[in-house]
Ligand binder design. Sequence first.
Ligand code: HEC
Ligand code: HEC
Length: 193
Amino acid sequence: MRRALLTTLGGVFLAGSVAAADLPEGDPAKGRKLAGQCRACHGLDGYARIPIAPHIGGEPASYLAGQLIAFREGTRNHEMMSVVARGLKDQQIADLAAWYARHGATARLTADPEMAPEACVACHGADGIALVEDAPNLAGETNIYIDTQLKAFRSGKRVHEIMTEIALEMSDQDIRAAADWYGDVKLEIELKE
Ligand code: HEC
Ligand code: HEC
């Protein structure tokens, strides 16, 4: 299954990132100022301050921009983020994505990497640092957040060519195991010079 997925990656990722790629170039310094609106939940550095919010520092700019567009247009929904994103213009989304992407994420895995969920490592890594472009890091996200997102993909509340297929094959137990695995990884986020 993994090989079949990987061969389709190129095309899928191009199709998925068109909207984010259409944005104007982002200015991280302007993004830092705008991030004042985000810090209570995601921190200024993108290290989440509340358990239901994900870490966003060090994610690819294209992924961050793509999610903000999805919240704004209503293809991804969340009571907090839909309100936040509704007010953002294209340039602001690009600036915010540039600011948070300016950070580097490092993971420390204490468990044996051989035990990592096999169906995920090709893209999200054993330690939850993404290995393919446009995939998010999972390292150190709370198990609640990962669990919620996988169930959202499975139920169709959140849609993505690859993740929907994967989540549809997962039982609640598989979801819990993957969420616990990545949730146990220690994450650090630092601003890149
Ligand atoms: C009141 C808290 C709150 C504020 C303020 C907030 N967020 Fe969020 N954000 C969340 C939560 C909660 C989620 C998870 C949504 C879900 O479960 O789908 C989230 C998700 C996201 C995601 C998706 C990340 C991923 O890994 O998929 C991005 C990107 C994001 N927020 C960016 C921002 C930016 C940029 C701002 C400021 C302009 C901001 N958020 C302000 C709470 C907040
Ligand atoms: C072929 C690559 C690939 C594989 C394999 C894969 N993923 Fe993903 N995953 C992605 C991509 C790409 C996204 C971004 C989806 C989007 O843009 O909405 C994603 C998103 C996610 C998210 C949402 C993260 C966030 O920050 O909101 C979770 C959770 C997740 N994957 C978990 C898993 C788990 C658990 C597995 C294994 C059972 C897995 N994925 C396997 C590519 C992959």
